[in-house]
Design a protein around this ligand. Sequence first.
Ligand code: OGA
Ligand code: MN
Length: 290
Amino acid sequence: MKVKQIHPLFAGEASGIDLSKPLAADDVEAINEAMNEYAVLVFRDQPLTQTQQVELAKSFGPLDFGFKRLKKAPDRMEHAELADISNVADAGGTVGRNDRKIVSNIANQLWHSDSSFQKPAARYSMLAAVRVPGSGGDTEYADLRSAYDALPEETKREIEGLQAEHYALHSRFLLGDTEYDEEQRNMLPPVLWPLVRTHAGSGRKHLFIGVHTRAIEGWTIAEGRMLLMDLLEHATQREFVYKHKWRPNDLVIWDNRCTLHRGRRFDLNQPRELRRATTLDVDHADQAAA
Ligand code: OGA
Ligand code: MN
């Protein structure tokens, strides 16, 4: 496998590997090493079946169900572990604007780290493109290690040791999607993560923020949210962002520990069809404040 860096700070395009076949132990190691360095890896021309995508993900650890734990309804996916990141209806056309699926699509357009609202959170997300719209619908990634490095020393001192509260439904509430009963609201209870963490694979420090954060422990809501918004604005400046323009059969793997991502707006009448498998960051199930 070869990797060509595609952004000055992070993100690489990998080639010379066929992800549809079972990976040998050294392939897994090579990908892990590249992930620790680049945090986002783009693989072109990898037409994977749903089963192949699940098998690939399983080579990197146990799989995450994330938001799927909330919705019991069957979906289009052949495997419960796959998330249907699409605006496509069961019958094949696009869903209507009022379909619940659209809220999830739009929530994905807010900067976030997958499943940061649970313990363990997500480690790798693997998103495969099936159909993409003619324009719009790119996915952007922000490098939280470089963003941390670039903080003023005073801010680094101020935020060291703070913990942020992450809550799954915070992003949904922001978008006016409030129809969840008590059981659903309690199914994914809020968790605390340190605001500054050390990335196990590289030893580098990084921010751990995004739209699932709603408070700083021990701070007023107002001050905490303002700090979180300031840090998010800092971390998502253009210099820290790689924008991915999808082609069908792309597979992008990103490290949720040290990057944020968001989808970009697109014409909801055009089909945009991707699917995601995600691994759990099992080594950090209980990470307390640093
Ligand atoms: C995701 C996600 C963004 C996009 O799959 O986790 O946030 O561009 N996707 O679809
Ligand atoms: Mn996501």
